[in-house]
Design a protein around this ligand. Structure first.
Ligand SMILES: Cc1cc2nc3c(=O)[nH]c(=O)nc-3n(C[C@H](O)[C@H](O)[C@H](O)COP(=O)(O)OP(=O)(O)OC[C@H]3O[C@@H](n4cnc5c(N)ncnc54)[C@H](O)[C@@H]3O)c2cc1C
Length: 399
């Protein structure tokens, strides 16, 4: 069976759903394929993000738990940064992504679940559609544009020969749990060897009794398995788990995230890459949901306009220019900080997190969000009371 659409979107994560929404809204005939049996059936993320960004992107407040305090635990240090208002949040990931799916459907996108894109169709060098295995049988869809929103796998771009495998990446394992009691307004990051040899562990609250506890590990720096580390932390009830009463996992989340900066090329003739597929994630706390939504919409808008020009690479470059101008240098700066962090021994971590103690909440949030503008960093480098902090910000400025 062969069908014809203007645009095919591969992947029903935040990037793909947002791209399907904006292409359909612009009047294009669009189909989205998601290989799982439901949107957000397998959760691959911890869902921490920023309230101002969610408001800007129109995500209703009922889909997230607000957080106003940020705690850092290292082997012999423990720092709490308390805010007066909530600026961060933990998403109900399934509800948020299904909300994005409803928006796409309402705008006119056709969504096919349990439909795995297994190959690309090419006319010479031009990407001209995909082949998918669906509940209705095998399907070939020809299209003017394919949007690869397949996440870490970049499966379409790789099959089309437009991208390679990620060499540096993070792998994370997380349990969503019932727990007896937790402060739902505080999230915690834990660093040092006992938590992760090359990365960090976390406790992210969804409510007083619901929490995500996870471990992220950087490859190739470490080959440790995050799920084993997570079991170890939970069995030993390392801080802050010691104060959480009963902890009962009810869901396992597992996923990969690229961690080597952005893709050099995110567009080709007939092809756009967006979200994790394009490397649009902040390597400091491995967060990419807000970028996936924002740049998914952008990819869809530019993609819909490009149809009249056969979705040529030139007509798609506008998308690449805009998103790179917004985040490429921030991601590069964040990689520098991360490289420094990956090499720290336990005692160094104890000292390093001292830097955070004197930061204001806003300074801290700018930092952790990788919101590095030269002006902000210059101010911090010149005026910060702690020498180590000045050195850190100077390092970012000089990179
Ligand atoms: C352990 C972990 C924790 C994280 N925590 C956070 C966090 O706290 N906050 C944050 O903002 N970000 C976090 N991230 C990153 C965030 O999850 C990603 O940046 C975000 O999901 C990217 O969205 P996406 O739509 O590009 O990709 P994805 O969310 O990965 O979606 C891709 C979709 O494509 C589908 N797909 C793949 N191949 C095919 C195919 N061939 N055919 C059909 N469908 C296909 C997949 O099933 C999936 O649904 C985390 C990542 C990991 C791994």
């Amino acid at each position: 069976m062969e069908e014809k659409y203007d645009i095919v979107v591969v992947g029903g994560g935040p990037a793909g759903l947002s791209a399907a929404y904006s292409t359909a809204k612009a009047g294009a005939k669009v189909i989205l394929f998601e290989k799982d049996e439901a949107i957000a059936h397998s959760v691959r993320t911890s869902g921490v993000t920023w309230i101002s960004e969610m408001e800007r992107l129109g995500i209703p407040g009922k889909y997230y738990n607000p957080v106003q305090n940020y705690r850092f635990v290292s082997p012999s240090n423990d720092i709490l940064i308390s805010g007066s208002t909530a600026k961060s949040c933990v998403l109900d990931v399934r509800a948020t992504y299904q909300h994005l799916a409803f928006l796409a459907a309402e705008a006119g996108a056709h969504i096919m679940i349990k439909s795995n894109v297994i190959n690309v169709i090419k006319d010479g060098d031009i990407v001209a559609g995909v082949k998918a295995s669906t509940p209705k049988g095998d399907l070939a869809v020809r299209s003017t544009l394919v949007i690869d929103a397949s996440g870490f796998s970049s499966s379409v771009a790789r099959k089309a020969g437009a991208a390679g495998e990620w060499k540096r990446y993070g792998v994370g394992a997380e349990y969503e749990c019932y727990c007896d009691d937790i402060d739902s307004a505080t999230w915690t990051l834990m660093v040092g060897q006992q938590y992760s040899e090359a990365g960090y562990a976390w406790v992210f609250p969804l409510s007083k009794n619901r929490v995500r506890i996870g471990v992220g590990i950087g490859r190739p720096e470490s080959s440790a398995e995050p799920l084993e580390k997570l079991h170890d932390i939970m069995e030993k009830r390392l801080k802050p788990l010691d104060a959480m009463g009963k902890i009962q996992p009810i869901e396992l989340h597992y996923g990969f995230i690229p961690n080597e900066g952005v893709r050099q090329n995110s567009v080709a003739d007939g092809l756009v890459m967006v979200g994790d597929s394009a490397g649009q994630s902040n390597p400091l706390v491995l967060e990419g949901i807000r970028y996936a939504i924002e740049f998914g919409r952008l990819a869809g808008e530019v993609g819909a306009r490009s149809i009249s020009q056969n979705a040529s690479r030139e007509s798609l470059l506008e998308y690449e220019k805009i998103w790179k101008a917004k985040v490429e240098s921030k991601i590069q700066f964040a990689l520098k900080v991360q490289t420094r962090w990956l090499g720290l021994a336990d005692e160094e971590w104890d000292k390093e997190i001292e830097i955070l103690r004197d930061m204001t909440v806003d300074e801290f949030l700018d930092f952790i969000k990788a919101d590095f503008t030269a002006g902000k960093m210059m101010k911090l480098a010149l005026h910060h009371p702690k020498l180590a902090a000045r050195q850190l910000f100077n390092m970012i400025l000089k990179s």
